[in-house]
Design a protein around this ligand. Structure first.
Ligand code: URA
Length: 230
């Protein structure tokens, strides 16, 4: 990697800032003052700015308990992005692996590792997501078996893939699906003649929402959790 790029990726500095530092002879590579922005770094090279070693920020993996009235994209004129809840450097390098609607709460996984998030979001991977669904009317056996077999969504040709349903009480279920179509759970419930009143994601693959996190709180994933989608 070029030296100026390395400086930008390791710090909050812009390319222009990096060039100024280089010109001012404040940057060393392996303790040799270097002024060339194009200097190619090899593995093990030690870069210092004013005697301080800088290193690349590694990939970051975060779980967040999404509150209502926040959105999973970066821009919206009405609602703030959940990325505003995360006070880390270079927050806008992060992306969300599988979005939730503005009124849906629960588990969101956030990373800057595109390969990792692909294992969650790619339709070919069939990653399972479990939602706690509160419904408007009572859940019938017919609704459960239709959801389990697959239903036809409005404006979609293909049936949904078989889902897993665990009925908790007359108006509450845990629904596990392995697809991520637009408003999928709400449309599935509509397709069986019911309506979603509350929706909360509890699990993505084998990663469960940490129940010690309040709405709006986040934590880094553990090594074991990260390994589940490597
Ligand atoms: N299905 C929905 O309908 N909404 C979500 O936010 C997630 C899944």
């Amino acid at each position: 990697m070029r030296l100026d790029k390395f400086i930008c990726k390791s710090t909050e500095l812009t390319r222009n800032d990096a060039k100024k530092l280089l010109k001012a002879k404040l940057v060393t590579v392996n303790d040799q003052v270097t002024t060339s922005a194009a200097c190619k770094l090899g593995e093990g090279d030690v870069v210092k700015i004013e005697e301080e070693v800088i290193s690349l920020i590694g990939h970051r993996y975060i779980m967040l308990n999404k509150p209502e009235e926040m959105i999973c994209s970066t821009t919206d004129e009405v609602y703030p992005s959940i990325l505003h809840l995360i006070d880390v450097e270079r927050v806008f390098d992060l992306h969300i692996a599988g979005r939730l609607d503005v009124d849906t709460t629960g588990l969101v996984l956030i990373t800057d590792d595109g390969k990792w998030s692909h294992n969650i979001t790619s339709p070919n991977k069939g990653c399972q997501k479990t939602y706690r669904v509160i419904t408007r009317v009572d859940i019938t056996d017919d609704m459960v078996s239709a959801l389990e077999q697959g239903v036809e969504l409005h404006n979609e040709k293909a049936m949904t893939k078989p889902a897993m349903v665990e009925v908790i009480d007359s108006r509450q279920m845990l629904l596990t699906i392995s697809e991520g179509k637009y408003h999928q759970v709400k449309r599935m419930l509509a397709a069986v003649g019911n309506k979603v009143i509350e929706l909360h994601r509890e699990k993505i693959g084998s990663i469960s929402l940490d129940t010690t996190l309040d709405f709006g709180q986040w934590r880094y994933l553990t090594e074991d959790e990260i390994a589940l989608f490597k």
